[in-house]
Design a protein around this ligand. Structure first.
Ligand code: 4AD
Ligand code: MG
Length: 461
């Protein structure tokens, strides 16, 4: 069955065709009804014209309410209306499922995103959410293409793990009980203390450590999968379950890592503008009027690169008042990150060489030991979009850092082995996929760029 997007772009008057989709709007005039049918393939639906001489016209037209599902056959004709080349003169119609106009929750008017979040099973049928998920798909495809062109191997890392990659303890515990045959206590109730794995297991916060294993065999690899954090998710930028893209490169240092991150973001923006011009224009017109200028800025300007120490100096110098005071050693807050990217440099900023005390144990210690070879890419409006580093490849330093971080070196024996057997300088980063989609579309809440957000208040669909 042809998709409506293809018909709108390539359909020719005179051609007969059949479409399937959901009715968005219906307009009845004397002896003729106009129906806008959308199948999710594009922002624009196809206008269908039904004349009163169509068999069963009266019943069919009554059934064509917003949300009903249809198949319509007919002939394409040149459209006299503005904004579309062709429309469909319908001559056969099947209504698969009606949608009661009294109870169907999506009506023609604009609904708030908060309201739409209560309708996770229907909201993808709206203009904005469907545009978001098309752009999300285009981003994902561009990411795979980018890495494939550069001979990176896509690797699949585990979701259930025993180690805490970030060492921050923000992990969801997995009880691992087999509910089909659960262990029972004396009273016959499920005994949650008897664990499947026999030791603590968690949902992964990052695939990085496993990616490092694979980079030590394949040189350049990347992960693209779901990750989980049991941190405060009551913000517009945090989810308990989010997707992360994590390239890891052997024989690479921090500069190579920054170069890749910048090239990567440019590539994705370029590709999405090419793949989804209508959706991107929609975001610019309806959601945030800086969307297209931002995309242009990303593609055509080089990112700013500064050290954490210099960033702190700039933040201390400004008259701007921050909620969290700035001094060397603090973790930059979103207000600081946004000030740097949005107001001061007006483009993405890569901040490097953070204080050792606020970053993860695996980051390579710089000379002097006060800072590590870390990098965060900060984006206007969103703040931190990428976090990465050169990794500690020296066995003795890494062992010390694990202990200093309060972690058990025994858990990381295999990670340490990578430094025992053929260690090399290596680096990588993690891109928060939803933050990227937010940045690209101008959507202000991260819950609206993932089909089924997981936050403390959202687990139903
Ligand atoms: O900075 P983070 O914690 O870095 C890591 O996990 C590294 N292991 C990555 C690596 O070097 N391979 O997370 C990376 C990115 C952040 O910059 C942010 O964009 C996103 O993941 N992120 C979140 N996105 C949505 N909700 C959350 N709760 C997020 N936490 C991090
Ligand atoms: Mg980070």
């Amino acid at each position: 069955m042809p998709r409506i997007r293809d018909i709108l772009h390539k359909g020719e008057p005179g051609q007969s065709t059949t479409i399937q989709g959901w009715v968005r709007t219906k307009r009845e005039a004397k002896g003729v009804t106009f129906v806008d049918v959308n199948d999710g393939s594009s922002m624009a639906g196809l206008q269908v014209v039904l004349n009163a001489d169509l068999a069963g016209y009266d019943t069919v037209v009554k059934d064509l309410t917003t949300g009903s599902s249809v198949e319509i056959g007919g002939t394409l004709v040149e459209s006299p209306g503005k904004g579309q080349r062709v429309e469909l003169q319908g001559d056969s119609i099947t209504v698969f499922g009606t949608a009661d106009g009294e109870t169907y929750p999506l009506q023609k008017k604009r609904h708030s995103f908060e309201y739409l979040r209560t309708l996770g099973h229907l909201r993808s049928r709206t203009n904005t959410l469907s545009a978001v998920f098309r752009v999300r798909n285009a981003c994902a495809q561009a990411i795979h293409q980018f890495f494939n062109e550069r001979s990176f191997l896509w690797i699949h890392t585990p979701i259930i793990t025993a180690s805490d990659c970030e060492g921050a303890g923000e992990m969801f515990a997995v009880t691992g009980l087999n509910l089909a045959n659960p262990p029972k206590d004396k009273a016959g109730a499920v005994d949650y203390s008897q664990d499947f794995f026999g030791k603590p297991a968690y949902l992964t916060v990052s695939g990085q450590l496993e990616a490092e294993i694979m980079a030590m065999a394949f040189t350049d690899v990347y992960t693209f999968g779901p990750t989980f954090r049991a941190e405060n998710s009551n913000t517009s930028r945090h989810l308990a379950e989010f997707w992360m893209v994590e390239p890891e490169m052997a024989f690479c240092d921090l500069t190579g890592n920054m170069d890749l991150a910048e090239e990567f973001l440019k590539y994705i923006f370029h590709s999405v503008l090419e793949q989804c011009p209508e959706d991107m224009t929609f975001f610019n017109d309806r959601i945030d009027n800086s969307v297209l200028a931002t995309a242009d800025n990303i593609i055509n300007n080089t990112f700013e690169r500064i050290t954490y120490t210099d960033a702190v100096k700039l933040l201390e110098k400004t008259d701007r008042k921050f909620e969290f005071p700035v001094e060397w050693g603090i973790d930059l807050q979103s207000e600081h990150e946004r000030y740097l990217a949005e107001e001061l440099f007006k483009k993405p900023v890569i901040v490097t060489d953070y204080p050792t005390g606020i970053k993860a144990f695996y980051m390579r210690l710089n000379d002097g030991g006060e800072t590590v070879a870390a990098m965060d890419v900060l984006a206007p409006k969103v703040g931190e979009i990428i976090g990465g580093s050169q990794r500690e490849e020296r066995l003795d330093v890494l062992e010390r850092r694990i202990v200093e971080a309060g972690l058990d070196p025994a858990t990381y024996w295999w990670y340490l082995d990578l430094r025992r057997f053929g260690t090399v300088p290596h680096a990588g980063f993690g891109l928060g996929f939803e933050r990227l989609v937010q940045f690209m579309t101008g959507m202000s809440n991260i819950r609206d760029v993932i089909p089924f957000p997981r936050t403390p208040d959202s687990i139903e669909f």
